[in-house]
Design a protein around this ligand. Sequence first.
Ligand SMILES: [Zn+2]
Length: 318
Amino acid sequence: MVHSGATINMIRFLFFVLLYTQQFLQIESRDKWNYKDQDNWKNNKEWAKCGYDEQSPININENALVPAKFEPFKFEGYENHACNMTLTHTGHSIKISTCHDHIISGGGLNGKFKLDHVHFHWGTKENPQGEHILNSGNTIRKFKGEMHFVHHHLDKKSVNDAASEHNGLAVLGVFIEVNKEKSAVFDKIDEQIGKLLYEEKTVDIPEFPFINLFPEDRNKVIRYQGSLTVPPCHETVTWTLFTEPVYISQEQLEHLYTMYDGKDNSNGLLLNNYRKTQPLNGRTTYLADLNLNPNSGQQNHYALVIISILNLLMLLIL
Ligand SMILES: [Zn+2]
């Protein structure tokens, strides 16, 4: 068969269109990641750090925790009613954003860190899981989910600016467990999930103080140096995990399994949005008792006021 010049030109044209489209798709796929492909994240040169030595999450041996002494955390702005709170389906999780400044310091952190957002990790009904795992020898403790409070150093404008800097990020991780009672604060999120079934959906949620999302007992924390648990996996995160979980009901947990993985139903449900645990590679994990009794600060304050009044009375009498 003999091709005419026009046919050959047409074939060439189609070939280049195909080549260009393929390259475009490769660029597209390079910017997008998913949990099913997590073993290959490190093979993308943009995300090579995902294969480095100080990655997160980790499986923490409770018998190997090194005792540490840190001053209590100072939470600033966390007691305020947050304004303009929004809940967004990010494509990989749901996140809560707010416009109030929420600042943490103390707790062994090096400097002050500002909250960017809160997001969640979960598994499936059959295999519920957060990201970090605790083990004490033969016993492995997986949680039903995990909540991450992502902060960036106050010297940086955003998480993006801070993520590649040493000591750039501080993430507070809260384990989620299930009991019979509904969590009143989690209900404010849970009630909106029906409006967040697809990626990029956003809703406003009723205001509440973010401190209510933490466990009441915030005394004991695990500390280690690690990374973002999603690409590009920067190793700039000071991790704090509260050993006391928060509790939600089974019904509330299962509502997390109803959202879709993407902008439509074609990829199925958004499940197992956790990264597998990464090798410790000789890193030290610490356990600190912050003695963070929520009332102790107030009690000290009252004690100081009473002592001052007594001193004043003494001066007046004398
Ligand atoms: Zn996370």
